[in-house]
Design a binder for this molecule. Structure first.
Ligand SMILES: NC(=O)c1ccc[n+]([C@@H]2O[C@H](COP(=O)([O-])OP(=O)(O)OC[C@H]3O[C@@H](n4cnc5c(N)ncnc54)[C@H](O)[C@@H]3O)[C@@H](O)[C@H]2O)c1
Ligand SMILES: [Zn+2]
Length: 686
């Protein structure tokens, strides 16, 4: 059965190699599916069925194997209140208890670590072993001796032979410290070898459980000694004598011998108490110094435990009440605003770290302003965090409902450059209007400015731009024209020679007289593309004139209307222009740029031609030129280039693949020519 094989593989990755590839919830889903299949086809159930197995065999371990005299078990799981009620009812039925007989249970935190058995003979630690597959584990005696929580000698009067079972774990803060240390060591190592440091190559642990398991199961116990491991006891195995008649008694005795227990061992007599306790712990969970994934209930009376016995791989007398694998509660500590390469402001929630589905989560995306409003979250709130599969963790719900508190106020200025941040009408995203001045947007903006469609500066590709930004040579477009001041510094850099630097500087010089429409397009003002830039420049002729209009447009509707009425320009463009010039930073960048360049006045020379005064539409694929170039040609010939066919259209130039426009032109009786015929018209005009 393929499913069983897959499960076996993940079992091995998780238990034997401490490197799970899938989330716990995903693994649990595979197991559930397998159980369903087994129920439906009982004759197909194999002896190595996942539901009969504990952990994983210790095949390739560098440690030596030890057989457990008494098997180490797993636990059955319950998730819902009903699951717990059912378990209690099953216990009562099994024991055939009268209605009024109470079943006392202990409740302990289900610590997420590595199961370990410690054998004491005459009070001395003689053997420590991992669970392995329950029958055969690994000998970790030398390693365990390095753990401060585990006494080498027990205190007081103890049975001759007593196996204490419990969990080796790592506290959350120690786990974070260990990961940070691994990163630092990697950095130092790379520096010592004069290599580039690649943080992605450092093997960090995904969660405290993996860190604990990986640290304990070391061939060299000296490595274990350097890892901050802890231990607490939650049961026992082989015992020459048992000190008490209830689980609670025995655990108390174990504590008196010098071993730590779960700080929250409780004893309850009703389902309500158990569920209350569970909910309480669920709330506290993120604030506990260690990672837990549920609460474990055990029937307290040992004679009852004896009678209840075991099913396939777990005791009937115990149950793990697990927290939902994909969700956890924690505190939203702050909301950070990140600025993307296009100026978009994205709020990121910083959480008190919490393990969700086997991964420590400390950040969540809050998407945008509307999402924060919808959730009503503020720093300090308790939130329910959800992480399903590989999806980025999200806040599923705000658990704090205190209407009196001030709502979170989304910033109206960019945290990176302090420019105004606004959302356009009907849009959810708030954007920084700083554009060219905003360090977050710098690379994208400068790359656009130098790109082919804009200034088209030879030799100034994205790589060089990134390099020059990094070196501090360029921040805004004007700086590109001042690159010559850095000639010697550029030459001193790897990969630059006299020739390549001179070529670059010459290419830059050439662009001082660049076309005004390209400069305008290069500034990357929202909604101003190549065509709109040309339409604007045709109307205003010079950049200073355009700026004057742009500045007036913000508060003067008449001016905005004037812009709106320009052919090919609409209200969105008018507004975008006004917004751009309203921002003082942008005006600075603009003035600075204009002090470096001398674009000629933008006068579209119209040549006398066959299409002068006519409206031309291009459609289909053009083979010898881009659509933009074709439109520019039409304009140069005194024609108007339009995007759609209407009664006003005089000529349709159609390339291969022309569709609906061609049909419409035919209906309207408009003249249609191909690209070659168009080229002839251009040629004829001289
Ligand atoms: N992601 C994966 O690929 C993958 C693969 C295999 C297993 N898993 C996960 O591992 C878990 C199954 O592992 P498991 O068999 O160790 O079961 P388990 O972790 O659900 O529970 C059994 C263990 O809990 C421990 N425990 C902690 N606190 C305890 C307490 N107070 N009292 C008693 N026992 C306590 C014991 O060591 C016991 O062996 C599941 O959550 C599963 O999702 C994940
Ligand atoms: Zn900004």
């Amino acid at each position: 059965m393929r499913l069983a094989k897959t499960i076996a593989k993940h079992n091995r990755l998780y238990h034997a190699e401490d490197m799970p590839e899938i989330a716990d919830a995903e693994y649990d889903a595979l197991v559930r599916r397998n159980n369903e299949l087994e129920e439906a086809f009982p004759h197909l159930v194999r002896d190595d069925s996942p539901h009969k197995l504990v952990g994983a065999a210790v095949a390739n371990s560098p440690l030596s194997k030890v057989a457990h005299e008494q098997r180490m078990m797993s636990l059955d799981n319950g998730f819902s209140d009903e699951d717990i009620a059912e378990w209690l009812a099953r216990v009562r039925r099994f024991l055939n208890l009268p209605e009024d007989e109470m079943v006392a249970v202990t409740a302990e935190d289900k610590i997420d670590g590595l199961s370990c058995s410690l054998r004491y003979e005459k009070g001395e630690l003689v053997l420590a072993a991992t669970r392995g597959d329950g029958q055969i584990g690994e000998d970790v005696t030398a390693n365990v001796r390095m753990i401060a929580d585990i006494p080498h000698t027990l205190a007081g009067k103890v049975p001759d032979v007593f196996e204490i079972r419990g969990e080796v774990y790592m506290a959350k803060s120690d786990f974070e410290g260990l990961n940070a240390r691994l990163m630092d060591e990697g950095k130092a190592d790379a520096a010592a070898k004069n290599l580039d440091f690649d943080p992605g190559k450092i093997r960090q642990f995904a969660n405290p459980r993996n860190a604990a398991a990986g640290s304990l199961r070391q061939k060299d116990a000296n490595i274990t000694a350097k890892r901050p491991l802890k231990f607490w006891a939650h049961g026992w195995g082989v015992a020459s004598a048992v000190p008490g008649e209830t689980a609670f008694d025995v655990m108390t005795a174990i504590e008196s011998w010098g071993l730590p227990l779960s700080p929250l061992v409780k004893r309850f007599e009703t389902l309500e108490q158990m569920l209350d306790h569970y909910r309480h712990i669920e709330m506290e969970r993120a604030d506990l110094p260690y990672d837990i994934d549920g609460v474990v209930y055990k029937v307290d009376r040992l004679d009852w435990q004896q009678r209840l016995g075991f099913v396939a791989k777990a005791p009937r007398w115990a149950l793990a009440h697990k927290f939902p694998a994909e969700q956890a509660q924690t505190t939203l500590e702050s909301i950070d605003i990140q600025v993307g390469r296009t100026g978009k402001l994205t709020p990121v929630g910083r959480l008190k770290p919490v393990t969700v589905g086997g991964v420590v989560v400390s950040n969540v995306t809050l998407h945008n302003r509307d999402e924060i409003e919808r959730l009503g979250v503020r720093p300090g709130d308790r939130v329910l965090v959800q992480r399903a599969g590989d999806v980025i963790p999200q806040v599923a719900e705000n658990l704090t409902r205190d209407e009196d508190r001030q709502p979170y106020i989304f910033p109206d200025h960019c945290p990176k450059c302090n420019s105004e941040a606004v959302a356009e009408e009907g849009e959810v995203d708030v954007r920084c209007t700083g554009g060219l001045i905003c360090p977050a947007q710098r690379f994208q903006r400068l790359a656009h400015f130098a790109s082919r469609a804009a200034l088209d500066i030879d030799g100034l590709g994205e790589k060089s731009i990134a390099e020059f930004i990094e070196a501090g040579f360029i921040e805004s477009p004007a700086d590109i024209f001042r690159l010559h001041q850095h000639r010697e510094e550029i030459l001193a850099r790897d990969g630059w020679q006299d020739k390549s630097v001179d070529n670059l500087l010459a290419a830059v010089e050439k662009k001082r007289s660049a076309d005004a429409a390209r400069l305008l397009f290069g500034l990357g003002i929202r909604h101003i593309g190549t065509v709109t830039a040309r339409d604007l420049m045709k109307n205003f002729t010079t950049l200073p004139k355009l700026a004057e209009i742009g500045m007036a447009a913000r508060d003067n509707e008449a001016v905005r209307d004037e812009v709106t009425e320009i052919d090919g320009v609409g209200p969105t463009v008018a507004q975008a222009l006004a917004d751009f010039f309203h921002e003082p930073h942008n005006r600075e960048v603009w003035e600075d740029l204009l002090s470096e360049v001398t674009p000629p006045d933008y006068i579209v020379e119209t040549r006398d031609s066959a299409v002068a005064g006519k409206t031309v539409v291009f459609t289909g694929k053009l083979e010898t030129m881009s659509r933009d170039e074709a439109k520019a040609q039409a304009e140069a010939l005194g024609a108007k280039a339009s995007g759609s066919v209407s009664a006003k259209t005089d000529l349709l130039v159609a390339g291969p693949g022309a569709g609906s426009k061609m049909k419409k032109a035919a209906e309207l009786g408009i003249e249609v020519i191909d690209e070659a015929a168009w080229a002839d018209i251009v040629k004829a005009a001289g």
